[in-house]
Design a protein around this ligand. Structure first.
Ligand SMILES: [Zn+2]
Length: 98
């Protein structure tokens, strides 16, 4: 799957987002709600749940070399909940994905 040229935007109709090509390959994902994020965040939230070959062939974010490494923070909403809890000396929340 080709990468998006810097400055151009392509819409992923499956994921309901627009991906904006950036110089250096760190593409910006415009979610329908909330702040823009990375391809890794998009994948953690949406693209990993695509299962059928038909779905994956339409998704713009199935290439692991483009999305990079997905970190645990990518799975959460905007605020890093676990980091806040730790800074307050509270026990961490159980992992909702676990
Ligand atoms: Zn997609």
């Amino acid at each position: 799957m080709p990468s998006i040229p810097p400055g151009a935007r392509q819409r992923c109709n499956l994921c309901q987002v627009e991906i904006q090509g950036m110089v250096g390959g760190k593409d910006l994902v415009h979610f329908s709600q909330g702040a823009p994020g990375t391809r890794a965040k998009l994948w953690a939230r949406v693209c990993q749940y695509l299962r059928s070959p038909e779905q994956c062939s339409q998704c713009l974010n199935q290439d692991p070399t483009l999305r990079g490494e997905v970190t645990s923070n990518d799975y959460y909403a905007e605020a890093p909940i676990l980091d806040v809890a730790a800074s307050l000396g509270l026990p961490a929340e159980p992992d909702p994905l676990g």
